[in-house]
Design a protein around this ligand. Structure first.
Ligand code: SF4
Length: 289
C-alpha cells in the first residue's frame, strides 16, 4: 500500500455518490500534493497482506493473500468511476479546484495486490478501461508492491503489460535486504531473492524504490543501517539495474500496528540529508515528510 494516503475528498451523500463511495475494489483519492485525482484499486478488501510492516496504516491488518478477485465486478466499478470522472461531474462535485486532473490508476490497497491470483486479469481490466476512455498514454498506471511475488509468471506478465500503459512500479525496500528476519517488514527476507526481484521489476517496467524511514524507540536508523541501504542501491546501479529513483517517505501518518507507540517521525532535516545522500549516487529522490 502507499505510505502517503492523501486526503480523501468527502463525496456528496446522494444516491450516485454513495454508489461510488461504496465500491468494493475502486476508490477515488484526491492528492493535493500531486495536484490531481488517483483512481485506487484495492485488491485486498479483506485487509490482508503477506507482510506486516510496523508502520502499516491498514486497519485490522491480517496476514494472508488477497481473496479471489471478482474481475467482472472490478471492471464495472472502474467503468463507473472513470465514466463519472471523464464524462460526469465528479471533478466539479468532489474535487477542489486546482486538483481537477486525473493523474493515474493505482493498485494501492489494503494489502499486497500481487497476491491476487487474478492480478494479470486485473491489469488487463485497466488496459481495456484506458482504451475505452481514451486514456492510454494520458495517465499513469501505478503498482505499489512489496515485490514479494515478482518471481511469479503472472505477476511478471502483468508488469510487462503495465509497461505499455505508462506503468510505474513502486517497489518497497525499507532497508538493505539481509538474510533473516526484517523487523521493519516483520518478514524473513533473503538478500539474493530481493535483489533478483527488484532487478526483475526494473527490467519489465519503470521501477521506483519506495522507502520509509522513522525513529524506533527514540533512535533514528544508525550509520551502519544507512550506509548499507545507500550501498545496496549503489550496487544495483553498478549492476545496471535501471532504477528510476527513490520515493522516500517519513512517518506522515500514524501506524495502525501494535508497534505504533514505538515509532516517531524522523526530523525533516535528517530526511533531507538522506535524500541528498541518495541523490549523490545518481538516483532522483521524491521526498514526502
Ligand atoms: S506491504 Fe507493508 S505497508 Fe504495504 S500493506 Fe503490506 S504490511 Fe502494509
Amino acid at each position: 500500500m502507499t505510505l502517503e494516503i492523501p486526503v480523501i475528498t468527502p463525496l456528496r451523500v446522494d444516491d450516485h455518490s454513495r454508489d461510488i463511495a461504496g465500491l468494493t475494489y475502486v476508490y477515488p483519492v484526491v492528492s493535493r500534493r500531486a495536484g490531481g485525482v488517483s483512481v485506487g484499486i484495492n485488491l485486498n478488501p479483506n485487509n490482508a497482506c503477506n507482510w506486516r510492516c510496523v508502520y502499516c496504516q491498514v486497519p485490522d491488518l491480517q496476514r494472508g493473500p488477497a481473496p479471489d478477485t471478482l474481475v467482472s465486478q472490478l471492471e464495472s466499478e472502474l467503468d463507473l468511476m472513470l465514466n463519472d470522472i471523464v464524462h460526469g461531474d465528479f471533478m466539479q462535485r468532489a474535487v477542489p479546484e486546482g486538483a481537477r486532473r486525473l493523474n493515474d490508476i493505482a493498485f494501492s490497497g489494503n494489502g499486497e495486490p500481487t497476491t491476487s491470483a487474478q492480478f494479470l486479469e486485473c491489469i488487463d481490466v485497466v488496459g481495456r478501461a484506458l482504451d475505452r476512455f481514451v486514456l492510454r498514454g494520458q495517465i499513469k498506471t501505478v503498482l505499489i508492491t512489496n515485490g514479494s511475488q515478482l518471481d511469479k509468471a503472472n505477476v511478471q506478465a502483468g508488469l510487462q503489460q503495465m509497461a505499455t500503459m505508462q506503468g510505474e512500479v513502486w517497489f518497497k525496500l525499507d532497508r538493505a535486504p539481509q538474510d533473516g528476519f526484517e523487523f521493519v517488514n516483520q518478514i524473513k527476507l533473503n538478500r539474493q531473492q530481493v535483489t533478483r526481484r527488484l532487478a526483475t521489476a526494473a527490467a519489465l517496467c519503470p521501477t521506483w524504490v519506495q522507502t520509509c524511514m522513522f525513529a524506533l524507540d527514540g533512535e533514528l536508523p544508525d550509520e551502519a543501517v544507512l550506509s548499507a541501504y545507500v550501498g545496496f542501491l549503489a550496487e544495483q546501479l553498478a549492476q545496471g539495474v535501471p532504477l528510476q529513483g527513490v520515493l522516500l517517505y517519513g512517518l506522515a501518518r500514524p501506524s495502525l500496528q501494535i508497534e505504533a507507540p514505538r515509532l516517531a517521525a524522523a526530523p525533516t532535516e535528517w530526511m533531507q540529508q538522506l535524500a541528498a545522500r541518495i541523490e549523490a549516487i545518481g538516483l532522483p529522490v521524491k521526498l514526502s515528510v
